[in-house]
Write a protein that binds this ligand. Sequence first.
Ligand SMILES: Cc1ncc(COP(=O)(O)O)c(C=O)c1O
Length: 423
Amino acid sequence: MSIEPILATLFADTATLHESGVSVGGVDLRELATRYGTPLFVYDEETLRARCREAAGAFDDGVAFASKSFLCGAMARLAFEEGLCVDVATGGELDIVLRSGVPASRVIMHGNNKSREEIAHALAAGVHRLVVDNFDEIEQLRQMVNPEQPLNALVRVTPGVEAHTHEYVRTGQEDTKFGFSVSNGDARRAITELRAIPGLRLHGVHAHIGSQIFEVDGFRESMSVLAAFTRDDDFDELCIGGGLGVAYVAGESAPSINEWAESIRDAAREGGLRADLRILAEPGRAIVAQAGVTIYSVGVVKPVTQRIYMAVDGGMSDNPRPVLYGSGYEAFDVDLPLAPRPQVVRLVGKHCESGDVLIDEAYLPAQTKAGSLVATPVTGAYGYSMASNYNRVPRPAVVFVRDGQAHEVLRRETFDDLARLEV
Ligand SMILES: Cc1ncc(COP(=O)(O)O)c(C=O)c1O
């Protein structure tokens, strides 16, 4: 990060930065903050749609949007309209997606600890695929699958690949709670057991090596393990999971969805897989991260001996990633996006935690002060979806913008919403 003005490449596709403001989807960010209040999540619908279309074109039919990265009815419908399936990991995600009108036949059900009710819901709804994670689940399926109502399934395996990313979001290694190990024989035994369940059609294997991965090597390695493992199986599809990284700050760069898919397809070919095998993935972050920006109002600005603390009206409740993973972000002043940023502050939230830090060293214009609007780009993924009500802070509203119009897709929570669970 530097005192240079913020890089335009961190913004959504339709964003334009000018002397006195930023517009996204043809709508001015300051206007949105005035209309909907802050903190506010703003998503550029064009960017969301473009990334979905890119994924749908780069992989085969059945490629999914990982809804854990950002889910609401509008997002699920958008992904479906653009040709993607929607991947869910819990009964709650399944419920929201089905309520949104996305047909179950386009939903992929994950979960490392699916309850009996969640499995029953997925079976009754008729999901496109259920991804089987463990032997307890196989036992449940043995009892629950109705041969008259076939279940289409994949089996999640751990390829033994250590992705280059934060250990909390690394999942392809042997020591993990997810999936069946290829190397110790569990994955093979799971396939045999699943194939013996009447009414269960096993279409192939699934692996997910982690998240926020910049290098394609880990995915290629994973694909070659899967290729070697399934070469003699008569599977018709293979899913490489999600995990493609995005650039959050200046100096980072990530492959595009097309480049990612191409390298995975190359690895599949090199691994000797049949050309007609469907190659699938389920990106989340790469679809939604760059489309989103969060606008905050600056409250207190407090110089202490070592630094300046600048506090905004949100924090770890709307973006827990810095606290969870030490993730970096950049900030800009909504009214001065092209200004140099010589003022170095620690951008913090309003929560009762010293760790409630959004940006450890944020660079902002000298003019940014209490009352300014400060925004963080690339906050479309794992912000709202991981948001909490810590300190009973209501969750922000979410707005989609397109062609000069704004549509509120999730309204701001109220104190009444927070009180509604009291009995
Ligand atoms: C099984 C699975 N698929 C897909 C994803 C989406 O990952 P990303 O948002 O990094 O693309 C995740 C994320 O944790 C996951 O666990």
